[in-house]
Design a protein around this ligand. Structure first.
Ligand code: AMP
Ligand code: MG
Length: 339
């Protein structure tokens, strides 16, 4: 398959690119498009054939359902049956980095929802994405734009390297604003619960979903996952990666085996250590850390070191999502080979 790439600039007229992307979607093709969280790899959510192409392009297991994107709150009925839940909070929260579990509209492909009678829906805060969905005329199923198991695509450059030849069109809008996926909530459950931490700070959900609980996102080998995606290896570079506190990283850096590692760390810690460093941004701004996280994990595979170590961050605000992704992509430093 030949992949076409179209570059757009934020704020400039993107009408031609919208028409072209919508045309590809209408003919059953697959388009990588920008959102404010990460890039999505999208297709017609009503078409089994089109949705199947997403699973194939990503190599995604078919029991891992896709998020369905709509262009506005008014179009929510095109993806979901909203009886039984209050859509009031979404009047404030959408468009934005929050995805919501609902009963599925029967028109949505059951391949897209992995046979479940629920669907996770989101309205992205990205003008191109919404205009494209409007022009297509149907909701767009879209998981993150990356090969399954790899770090999500938050930079068009990384995505082209990974998905060239697997999709019809890539809309290149530079780097994603948040760089981390949406927060997913399940308001159908009593009490409402968070299914995945993400770009929307979990602390801010309580006022919109009173009594919302944060269940544990890590599962033991025999436990039933809260959501199908939880059981898969995720976000991983090819090289072994370990996570550690700043103090542990300083110790490692001073030890003999310190030279074998690449250090993925904040600017602050980078100033205290030697060797090959991949800087994430300031520890004082977790949004900066989130936005460079996935491209930094990808860089690890390109540098001349056998393995990497990544700094841990405080679990507050978007830090909850950062640590959720780091703990999936990496093991504790204690499990690294000793020499
Ligand atoms: P991604 O598209 O890669 O951002 O992942 C979407 C996540 O949403 C996956 O982890 C899925 O498990 C979760 N998800 C999507 N649809 C449903 C659903 N109907 N029920 C529960 N979880 C879902
Ligand atoms: Mg993903």
């Amino acid at each position: 398959m030949k992949t076409e790439v179209l570059r757009i600039k934020t704020g400039s007229d993107h009408r031609d690119a919208v028409d072209q992307a919508a045309g590809v979607l209408r003919s059953g093709g697959v388009v990588v498009f920008p959102t404010e969280t990460v890039y999505g790899i999208g297709a017609n959510a009503y078409s089994d054939d089109a949705v199947e192409k997403i699973f194939r392009a990503k190599g995604r297991p078919q029991d891992n359902p896709l998020i369905v994107h709509v262009d506005s709150l008014n179009s929510i009925g095109m993806a979901a049956l909203t009886g039984g839940i209050s859509i009031e909070p979404l009047k404030t929260l959408w468009p934005g980095p929050l995805s919501v579990l609902m009963k599925k509209n029967p028109l949505v492909s059951s391949l897209c929802t992995a046979g479940l009678d629920t669907v996770v829906v989101r309205c992205p805060d990205n003008a191109f994405a919404r205009d494209m969905i409007t022009a297509a005329g149907f909701p767009v199923a879209a998981p993150s734009a990356n090969v399954a198991g790899r770090p999500s695509g938050s930079d068009a450059h990384d995505i082209l390297a990974e998905l060239d030849g697997r999709v019809d069109l890539i809309i290149d809008a530079g780097r994603s604003k948040f760089g981390i996926e949406s927060t997913i909530v399940d308001p159908l459950h009593r009490p409402p619960r968070i299914l995945r931490p993400g770009a929307f700070a979990v602390e801010d959900l309580e006022k919109f979903f009173p009594g919302i609980v944060q269940e544990k996102f890590k599962i033991g080998r025999d436990e039933k996952p809260l959501t199908p995606g939880m059981k898969y290896r995720h976000y991983s570079p090819e090289k072994p990666l370990y996570f550690a506190t700043p103090a542990q990283i300083i110790d490692l850096n001073r030890s003999d085996r310190g030279r074998e590692f690449a250090y993925i760390c904040s600017r602050e810690l980078s100033g205290e250590i030697d060797g090959l460093r991949i800087e994430l941004g300031s520890r004082e701004n977790l949004y900066e850390i989130a936005s460079s996280l996935y491209s930094s994990l990808r860089k690890l595979d390109q540098v001349p070191r056998k393995m990497g170590v990544i700094e841990v961050f405080p679990e507050r605000g978007i830090g909850v999502a950062i640590m959720n992704r780091i703990e999936k992509a990496a093991l504790p430093l204690g499990r690294a080979p000793k020499s």
